[in-house]
Each structure stands twice: as structure tokens, then as C-alpha cells.
Design a protein around this ligand. Structure first.
Ligand code: B12
Ligand code: SF4
Length: 523
């Protein structure tokens, strides 16, 4: 079938401020298996440019796809943009089959199918296997009821919700469609040719606000040697210099991560790797951190989130402040930049809290810091806790972690905002951070620090301007539950997990039924 993958243009700082773009791994992961199955697949990445909505419509119409597949990694805040674009595409292309996928539609599929009649199918959960089955059914004009993992609209308009799909057990069974992009159009981290890759999916921890862990159901990983070989191939054949790891938590298993680092060292390619991980894993790996750096790891974002033990316990972070500090110290000793996150609004904060946070963050001494606002996802336990808090931001495009969305009863938004920005400014301009930025003898660290400083300056003024002149907030807004509906944390896992034993017995059963069938048809 003629398929167009569409990455819509986002307005978030992550999309607009760096002036360089990373390729959309989610869509490329769908595209690879579809190409192998013989479909004619192309990608329209409207983030590059970015394209205006008018341009997107023109190009989609000119392409005349049979199937349009749309989704964005910043799925919650991108939803309004997806809705608007697909409405306009439907006006121009009556017969195109519009398929929407990603994290946000996976959980909000009922409301989305009701509100957006232009959509034909929503793929729930990870997309590789489901998209393949879906396209196969569409091509052969089969009943979509047989395709697990989708919700679809029948010809008579009735919306049908199929069973969940099975979780993919072997991540190496599907390949990324690298041929869909021209790598020279993509870059990150200050002019390095860059791609996003995934060594693993999921996370075994239980942070109650996390919008990702349940989506992937279980922690799974790729073969470390094959993964390192793919990175080396991307470097040698396509000149890729930077890998942005999409993993929630790549270091879960020490032996596997060590095997990956050793495989990367053996490949001997000058590739820089940045990603996110947990402080506990860094402390656990104190004896192999030199391998991290030799393998190319240059920066890790550490989801510290808070500096208060009681809050860390309440959000089930499973870490403590001593481990967080130690991880930062260890990374620094091994020449790896630490980017610490701090999230406002888990609790009702006061001026005194902010003063304490500021002092603590300075003493943590992370190389880089980013502050965010808690952004509740309906499928998390935190949403249940916060459901009666009032919403102050009704524009869903701004539910992107960088805008305050929940009311703080003890402080007006402007004061929360000033504090958050002040904390960021003071921590990032403390003498040690400046020294590490401008006089760092380590070239890789110096590059990363300078890039972040340039980016930070632009983000800071951009956000200030938006806060003062563009973003609108409401007082006395709806509660979270009124705004987005009842909690869904009991359905946090959108796929079926089939144990290896069950799978074996299932394949034995299907083998048995094939044998029976062959015997009866030959007799
Ligand atoms: C890399 C990354 C970035 C890169 C973007 C790279 C890119 N071009 O995609 C940068 C640094 C620019 C970035 C920016 C932002 N990001 Co970001 N980012 C990530 C990260 C680390 C990986 C995303 C990824 O590639 N995942 C792997 C792919 C394979 O998964 P996937 O996209 O979900 O796709 C699978 C399924 O969802 C499904 N699917 C997806 N789309 C479709 C479409 C169809 C048709 C089908 C059938 C299936 C399907 O199938 C895919 C394969 O199984 C995630 C965290 C994480 N661990 O996932 C955060 C994350 C996606 N980012 C997030 C946010 C908030 C942002 C920003 C809004 C931040 C900001 N204020 O600027 C911006 C948005 C702009 C953007 N481009 O995404 C949040 C989104 C939360 C949410 N539910 O909305 C995440 C999950 C981080 C988090 N901890 O919560 N980000
Ligand atoms: S460690 Fe990170 S990915 Fe894992 S549950 Fe916590 S927030 Fe989510």
C-alpha cells in the first residue's frame, strides 16, 4: 500500500529552540517493518523546517497516500496539532485511511475517536507488529476486528475496540527504517549529525508520575553487540556522530550494559552518546564508569525530580538524596556530564521551600540543571492523587513539562514561575558551572557545557516572553478530573504480556492444529 508517515510540527521548546532536529524514531520503527513487508512507505517530517500547517496539507495532498500514519513522540502536547491537521487532511482527501498512534492516543482513544471523526484507526501500544497486521488486513480487505491492538471506526461509523496486542518480546525482530531519512538533514548537541535509538524499552521502577513505564509494560533490551554494530554502521555509512538514547532506563542490567559498552569500545567509532538513567544505577556501576566514557557516553540526564526525602518517598522514586549526590559526583569524576532534573508542584510549595531547594541544588553540584512542572498523565497513579487539584492551563499544547498546569494553592502562578526560573538561573550561573563551561580542559565536556549554555540562554528568554505575553492561564479552572476524566492507572499497561511458557504452548498448539489440518486434508 502507499503509506505516508507524518511527523507533525510541534511548538514546544524541544522542537523549536535547538534549530536542529532529531529524526522521529517512533515513525521510523513503524516504517522499517512496513517496507520489508513490501509497502511503499515515505516519511514527511514537518518538524524539519518546520513546515507550516498549510505546507503539510499541500504535501500530503500531493502525495495522495492510501494510508496516512501520524504520531509524535511528545504525544500529549502534540495531540491538538494532530487533531487539527487530520481534520484538514480529511477535507481534502475523502478516501485516505488515517491511522494515529503513540502514547497519548493509546490511553485517550475513546475520547479521541469520539471527538475526531476524521480518524479511522488508533493503534494502542507499541506499533511495529500491530501496524504490520493492520496494513496486511487493509490490503487484503479483511475484517479489522481480527487485528489486536487497534480501535477502529467501521463503515457505519460505529467505533470498535479490539483486544490489546501482545507485547513484543524480541526487540531485534524489527528494524528501524533508516532509509526513510536523509541523515544529513538531522543534527543535535551543537552541530553533530544525530539520530535517536533505543537499546531497551520500559523500566522496572515505580515512580508514580511516570508516563512511560506502563506503556512499554516490561523492561526489554536489544542484543548489546547487534546494537553497538548498528551504531557503528550508522557512523561508517551515514556519518552519524551522536546517538540520543530514547531509553527510559538503559542501564537496568549491569552485565548487559557492560557488554554494550565493551562492544562499543571494540567497534572503535568516534560516536558520542547521550541519554537518561537512574542515579542508583550509576552508583551501582561505580567500578565500570570508565567503560561508559570509553564507549562514548558523554552526558546522562538524571531524573532526580526532587531534593526532599518525603516527596521522593511520596512519588515512589525509589532513590534517596545521598545516592543522587553520589551519582553526580561519580559521573563528574569520570568526565560524564550530569544533567539533573527538578520538578515543581509535586507538593504545594512555599517561598521557604524554594530557598531550601536552591541551596540543595547548588550543593548537589550537577553540571547542568533543568526545572520542570509536574504534568499529570491520566494513566499514572499520580493523576489519581492529584485529580481534585485545579487546572490553570487549558491549552493542551502547553502540557509539555515546561508550563505550570496545576494550581498551587499557596502561591500564584507568577510567583511559582519566578522562583522556578530563578532557581534555574542561579544554579546554572554559579561559579563552578561557569568554570566548567568556559575553562573545561575536557573537550567533550566543554562542548556539552557550551552547547547547553547557549541553548539555556535562548530557552530562558523564550519562556519568560511567553509567560509574560503569550500564555494564558485561568483562575478557578476545572479540576483535573473534570478536565481529563477519571483516572486510568488500573489500565496503565496497554498490551498483553504473554509468558514465554504460554507462547511455547501456543505455538505447540498451532503446530498441532496445522498437523491435524494437513492430515485431514491429505486423507
Ligand atoms: C528523544 C526524545 C526527545 C527528542 C525528540 C526526538 C524526536 N524527533 O522524536 C527531543 C529532545 C527533541 C524531545 C523534545 C520533546 N520532548 Co521528548 N523525549 C524523547 C524520548 C527520550 C524518546 C522518544 C522516543 O523516540 N521514543 C521511542 C519511540 C520508539 O517510541 P514512540 O515515539 O512512543 O513510538 C512507539 C509507539 O508510541 C508507537 N507509535 C508512535 N507514533 C506512532 C504513529 C503510528 C501511526 C503508529 C501506528 C504507532 C505509533 O509505535 C512506536 C514504536 O513502538 C522520550 C522519553 C522516552 N523514553 O520515550 C521523551 C518524551 C517523548 N518527550 C517528552 C516531552 C514532553 C518532550 C517535549 C514536549 C519537551 C518540551 N517541552 O520541549 C518536546 C516535544 C518535541 C519532540 N520533538 O518530541 C515526553 C512526552 C510525554 C507525553 N506523554 O506527551 C517524553 C515521553 C519524556 C517523558 N519523560 O515523559 N524529546
Ligand atoms: S525511573 Fe524514570 S522511567 Fe523508570 S519509572 Fe521512574 S521516571 Fe519512569
Amino acid at each position: 500500500m502507499r503509506v505516508l508517515l507524518l511527523n507533525p510540527p510541534h511548538i514546544a521548546i524541544g522542537s523549536r529552540i535547538p534549530l536542529e532536529q532529531l529524526p522521529p524514531l517512533g515513525l521510523l520503527s513503524i516504517g522499517g517493518p512496513l517496507i520489508d513487508a513490501g509497502h511503499d512507505v515515505e516519511l514527511l517530517d514537518a518538524e524539519v523546517g518546520p513546515l507550516t500547517h498549510d505546507d503539510v496539507i499541500k504535501r500530503v495532498v500531493a502525495h495522495r497516500p492510501q494510508v496516512l500514519m501520524i504520531g509524535h513522540s511528545g504525544s500529549t502536547s502534540a495531540h491538538t496539532i494532530v487533531a487539527e491537521l487530520t481534520r484538514r487532511i480529511r477535507e481534502k482527501l475523502r478516501n485516505v485511511i488515517i491511522v494515529y498512534g503513540g502514547v497519548f492516543p493509546t490511553y485517550h482513544f475513546r475520547e479521541v475517536m469520539q471527538a475526531e471523526p476524521q480518524l479511522d484507526v488508533i493503534v494502542r501500544g507499541e506499533g511495529e507488529a500491530t501496524a504490520l497486521r493492520l496494513l496486511d488486513a487493509l490490503e487484503n480487505d479483511e475484517d479489522l476486528k481480527a487485528v489486536d491492538g487497534i480501535t477502529f471506526r467501521r463503515a457505519d461509523g460505529i467505533v470498535v475496540e479490539n483486544n490489546p496486542a501482545e507485547m513484543i518480546r524480541d526487540l531485534d525482530a524489527f528494524r528501524v527504517g533508516w532509509e526513510l531519512i536523509d541523515p544529513s538533514r538531522y543534527g543535535y548537541y551543537g552541530g553533530k549529525r544525530a539520530v535517536v535509538m533505543q537499546f531497551s524499552r520500559g523500566c522496572p521502577h515505580h515512580c508514580n508520575y511516570c508516563g512511560q513505564r506502563g506503556f512499554w509494560a516490561r523492561w526489554r533490551h536489544r542484543d548489546p553487540q547487534k546494537f553497538a554494530a548498528e551504531i557503528a554502521w550508522l557512523h561508517r555509512v551515514h556519518g552519524v556522530e551522536l546517538i540520543n538514547l530514547a531509553d527510559e532506563n538503559p542501564t537496568v542490567n549491569k552485565a548487559l550494559w557492560r557488554a554494550f559498552c565493551e562492544a562499543m569500545i571494540a567497534e572503535n567509532v568516534p560516536v558520542s552518546i547521550i541519554g537518561s538513567t537512574r542515579t542508583g544505577d550509576i552508583v551501582r556501576d561505580a567500578d565500570i564508569l570508565h567503560l561508559y566514557r570509553q564507549a562514548g557516553i558523554e552526558r546522562f540526564l538524571l531524573g532526580i525530580e526532587n531534593t526532599d526525602e518525603a516527596t521522593l518517598a511520596k512519588i515512589k522514586k525509589g532513590c534517596d538524596t545521598t545516592t543522587d549526590r553520589e551519582a553526580i559526583r561519580l559521573l563528574h569524576r569520570h568526565g560524564i556530564i550530569s544533567l539533573a532534573t527538578w520538578v515543581a508542584d509535586f507538593e504545594e510549595v512555599t517561598d521557604r521551600d524554594f530557598v531550601r531547594v536552591l541551596r540543595q541544588l547548588i550543593s548537589y553540584d550537577a553540571d547542568q540543571i533543568t526545572t520542570m512542572f509536574v504534568t499529570p498523565h491520566r494513566w499514572t497513579a499520580f493523576y489519581r492523587q492529584a485529580q481534585s487539584r485545579r487546572v490553570i492551563q487549558l491549552d493542551q499544547r502547553l502540557w509539555d513539562y515546561k508550563h505550570q498546569v496545576l494550581e498551587s494553592r499557596r502561591m500564584p502562578p507568577w510567583r511559582v514561575y519566578l522562583w522556578v526560573k530563578l532557581v534555574e538561573l542561579i544554579v546554572q550561573t554559579r561559579p563552578r558551572a561557569l568554570w566548567r563551561t568556559f575553562f573545561n580542559p575536557d573537550r567533550a565536556m566543554s562542548h556539552g557545557m557550551r552547547w547547553y549554555t547557549r541553548m539555556g540562554r535562548r530557552v530562558w528568554f523564550h519562556e519568560m516572553r511567553n509567560f509574560l505575553f503569550n500564555d494564558r492561564r485561568v483562575t478557578n479552572g476545572p479540576t483535573l478530573r473534570q478536565f481529563w476524566g477519571a483516572p486510568q492507572d488500573r489500565h496503565e499497561v496497554p498490551v498483553r504480556i504473554v509468558r514465554a511458557r504460554d507462547q511455547r504452548s501456543k505455538s505447540a498448539q498451532s503446530w498441532l492444529s496445522r498437523v491435524k489440518h494437513d492430515l485431514t486434508s491429505s486423507s
